[in-house]
Design a protein around this ligand. Structure first.
Ligand code: ADP
Length: 483
């Protein structure tokens, strides 16, 4: 099979810059795709952390004026990743979040910043870098959504385009009067291109114009085609449903390996499950929980937002913490939710432990030390933490939505009897169902053999990137052929 070149266009990339699952996916797919004969280079904005990580840097193009200032397109590497980087200090030389200023609001020039990402992608797509002409441009989320628009502005030959939705709640909607500032002609301000209810929709434009649309689980691919799940884009997606598919995310086997994880105090695997106890003890100590090996310890690793359903955990807290159970929470986001969990920590000393902020090491310790991991999301495109939990022998307790529905096999009678169960699912996403799920979790926990089977089943599941990489490779090939 002919080797393909793919330009992956992403606004975050693990391990260099990460706010969520998008970074994990963009960081892990390139090496998994290499096994499929596909060479991936990633185009990413030159945030300070990216500039620092870039090795063997070369200037491949100079833009005298690029969205308000001079810019350079650099190529180089970071670890095993091949990168193209937009070195545009006026757009990206800012510390902190890639999207938000320190006051928690979006950077006011986000339209220009991420239009620049789409523009540079289109330029590479049309041969700007002679040594790397992509067969496919794979645009991730709204930040990359304008790439197919810029590609369509000329008649030059173009690569195939794939647009992936990691979360349809983030759409990149901006005022119409920015059109010319973004270098777009009036002709694209139509319902068939960038226009979205009178404004400019970056994600909408990408979904309209990309050759193929994917999202990160088969169930979410269906949900976003409904009025409840589509957040305004369901009509477009239904109209294009022939080109919409869901490919589940994997997790990186090297980053998430309990047998060789530097963040654990004791490594373990399926044959050494008892070694988890030391991690549980370390987690209890780290978060000020009572050092009790027999307490059922629930973990949470999450953005704190309405989407993640953690208000249900708060509302059901007294039920969750019955019989000396404990909660270890790592999260960042909504200050109201942070305040409520902090208050819970004070009300339940030794039973609730929290850390607010981003902490990669603690995320690993929670996966390796908790007994069960809570993911009660209202919607969840794929979800990665339940996959990490399964790999680490923490039993996921999840709502039955999106990728959670696709990846966790509920411990119902049949699944237990056939030995397939890997966790606990509940639906609909409300307080009654959540409390019921916590009760079921407690009952299963009391049956040590049944609990261990859940752990071992989860740990044996194929959660890596090989299968998804094969699916992406097939998708790329089919859309290149269809061009
Ligand atoms: P989302 O992308 O919606 O935030 P996912 O479950 O797809 O949710 O991905 C979340 C990723 O971010 C996981 O790798 C998880 O371990 C990590 N993560 C979430 N919150 C934190 C945090 N506060 N500190 C460290 N890692 C976190």
């Amino acid at each position: 099979m002919k080797p393909l070149n793919v330009l992956s266009v992403a606004s975050e990339l693990f391990p260099i810059i990460k706010t969520g699952g998008l970074a994990d996916v963009a960081g892990a797919l390139p090496s998994a795709l290499a096994q499929e004969g596909i060479a991936v280079a990633t185009l990413i904005p030159g945030y300070p952390t990216v500039m620092k990580a870039l090795e063997r840097q070369e200037v491949v193009h100079q833009y005298p004026g690029f969205f308000g200032g001079p810019a350079r397109l650099l190529s180089g590497r970071a670890g095993a990743l091949d990168l193209f980087v937009i070195d545009a200090p006026h757009l990206f030389e800012r510390s902190g979040s890639p999207y938000l200023a320190s006051n928690g609001r979006d950077w006011p020039d986000n339209a220009r910043r991420f239009a620049a990402l789409g523009r540079a992608a289109a330029d590479i797509g049309q041969g700007l870098v002679p040594g790397f002409v992509p067969d496919v441009i794979h645009a991730h989320d709204w930040q990359a959504g304008l790439a197919p628009v810029y590609l369509g502005l000329t008649d030059s030959p173009r690569p195939a385009t794939v647009m992936t939705i990691h979360n349809i709640a983030f759409q990149g909607i901006f005022p119409a009067d920015l059109l010319f500032e973004l270098g777009l002609p009036a002709s694209v301000f139509t319902v068939d291109a960038v226009e979205y209810y009178g404004q400019i929709g970056f994600l909408k434009a990408g979904l309209q114009l990309a050759d193929r649309i994917t999202t990160v689980s088969p169930t979410y691919a269906k949900e976003i085609q409904t009025p409840e799940g589509g957040m305004g884009l369901d009509g477009l997606l239904r109209a294009r449903s022939r080109h919409v598919s869901g490919i589940l995310n994997g997790i990186d086997d090297e980053v998430w390996d309990p047998a060789a994880d530097p963040h654990l105090v004791q490594p373990f695997d399926r044959d050494r499950l008892e070694a988890r106890a030391a991690n549980k003890a370390a987690l209890q100590e780290r978060l000020g929980l009572k050092p009790d090996p027999d307490a059922l310890l629930f973990g949470v690793v999450s953005r704190l937002s309405e989407q993640k359903g953690l208000d249900l955990v708060l509302a059901a807290l007294s039920r969750l913490l019955k019989d000396d159970a404990q909660l270890a929470l790592l999260g960042a986001g909504d200050p109201t939710l942070e305040g409520s969990f902090e208050a819970a920590r004070v009300v339940y000393p030794g039973q609730v432990g929290c850390f607010f902020g981003y902490d990669e090491a603690l995320a690993h310790l929670i996966q390796g030390g908790s007994d069960a991991l809570l993911v009660p999301s209202r919607f969840e495109p794929c979800g990665l933490t339940q996959l990490c939990a399964m790999r680490y022998g923490s039993v996921p307790v999840v709502s039955r939505v999106g990728g959670l529905a696709d990846t966790v096999i509920d411990a119902n009678e049949m699944a237990i009897a056939t030995g397939a169960a890997t966790g606990i699912q509940f639906g609909p996403v409300n307080l009654t169902a959540a409390i019921d799920a916590f009760e079921r979790t407690r009952n299963l926990w009391q049956d040590k053999d049944a609990w261990q089977r859940l752990q071992l089943n989860g740990m044996a599941a194929d959660l890596g990137w090989s299968r998804p990489a094969r699916q992406y490779a097939n998708l790329y090939r089919s859309c290149v052929q269809a061009l």
